[in-house]
Design a protein around this ligand. Structure first.
Ligand code: SAM
Length: 257
C-alpha cells in the first residue's frame, strides 16, 4: 500500500497561518523576540503549523492512518458556540467604538472559516483545528496543545520522531517542536544563537512545574517564567520590570534563574 501524503504535501489553511504570523510582530509579552531580537527568526505560528503538518497524514488520503482519520472526525467542525459568542461580543464592542469615533480593535483569535464553505471532511476538521493551534493564545491553552500532541502521537503510531535544527538561529523551530511534544535538538555556528536556544529550550524545562518563589527579589521579574507543568514544554518569558540594557545582561539574569 503506498504511503499516505503528509498534510503539508497537500494543503494548509494559509490565510489563518499568515494572519497569526503577522500578528506576532506586535506581541510584546512572552514572545522570544522580547528576550532577544533575532532578525531572521521565523514566526512561531508558521513554524508550529509546518512541523505539525509535516508529521500528520492528510486525513482525506485513502491510505491515511485509520486511527488518525477517526481522531480527525471527532474534531470540532467550524466555530464552536463559545467562539461564535466571542465573535458577536467582539462585533458589538467594535460597533460601540465606532459610534464613539474610536478605531476598531482586531480579533485576537481565529474563528474557523471552513464550516462556512459547507464542506465537512476530516481534512476540513483538521484545518479548523490548525486555525486554532496557530494562534498566539494557543501557546498557553493546555487543551489545544495537548490535543495537538495527541494527534501527533496517533499519526506517528506513538513514536514521534525527534527534531534536529542544525541552523537554529533564533530558535523558533526547536521551540515549537518542543511545544508539540517532540524531543528537540538545536545547533548553530553563531554563539549568540546557541545562547538563545539554550535559554529557550534547554534551561526552562529544568524548572517546569516548580513552584514560583513566594517573594521574588527585584531583579527576579527579569527571569524566565516557567509556567507549564510539562517538563518538555517551553517557558514563556516574563516582561522585565526594568529592562536590562544588553543581551548579555538579560542572558545572565536568565541563566541565574
Ligand atoms: C536563517 S537563520 C535561521 C533562522 C531560524 N530558523 C529562526 O527561526 O530563527 C540561519 C542560521 O544558520 C546559521 N548557520 C549558517 N551557516 C552555518 C553552519 N555552517 N553551521 C551551523 N550554523 C550555520 C547562522 O548562524 C544562522 O543563525
Amino acid at each position: 500500500m503506498p504511503a499516505a501524503k503528509k498534510l503539508i504535501e497537500v494543503a494548509l489553511p494559509l490565510e489563518a497561518i499568515n494572519a497569526a504570523s503577522a500578528r506576532e510582530k506586535s506581541i510584546r509579552h512572552g514572545h522570544p523576540s522580547t528576550l532577544h531580537l533575532w532578525w531572521s527568526r521565523k514566526p512561531l505560528a508558521t513554524t508550529r503549523a509546518v512541523i505539525f503538518a509535516s508529521l500528520v497524514d492528510d486525513p482525506d488520503d485513502p491510505n491515511a492512518n485509520p486511527d488518525f482519520v477517526e481522531a480527525c472526525k471527532k474534531l470540532n467542525y467550524g466555530a464552536t458556540s463559545e467562539e461564535i459568542a466571542a465573535l458577536k461580543e467582539h462585533d458589538r464592542k467594535n460597533l460601540e467604538r465606532r459610534a464613539k469615533g474610536q478605531s476598531p480593535i482586531a480579533l485576537k483569535r481565529n474563528i474557523p472559516q471552513n464550516a462556512r464553505d459547507g464542506v465537512d471532511s476530516p481534512r476540513m476538521r483538521l484545518f479548523d483545528f490548525i486555525e486554532r493551534l496557530v494562534t498566539w493564545e494557543a501557546t498557553t491553552d493546555d487543551a489545544i496543545m495537548e490535543q495537538a500532541r495527541e494527534l501527533i502521537r496517533i499519526a506517528t503510531n506513538g513514536n514521534p520522531p525527534p527534531l534536529l535544527d542544525p541552523f537554529a538561529g533564533g530558535g523558533s523551530i526547536p521551540l515549537e517542536a518542543q511545544r508539540l511534544g517532540l524531543e528537540a535538538h538545536a545547533s548553530d555556528l553563531n554563539p549568540v544563537a546557541v545562547m538563545i536556544n539554550k535559554a529557550m529550550i534547554e534551561i526552562p524545562p529544568r524548572f517546569a512545574g516548580m513552584p514560583r518563589p513566594a517573594a521574588e527579589p527585584t531583579t527576579a521579574s527579569s527571569r524566565a517564567s516557567c509556567t507549564s507543568s510539562r517538563s518538555t514544554a517551553p517557558a514563556r518569558f516574563a516582561k522585565p520590570a526594568r529592562r536590562p540594557t544588553s543581551i548579555t545582561a538579560r542572558m545572565t539574569l536568565l541563566i541565574q534563574c
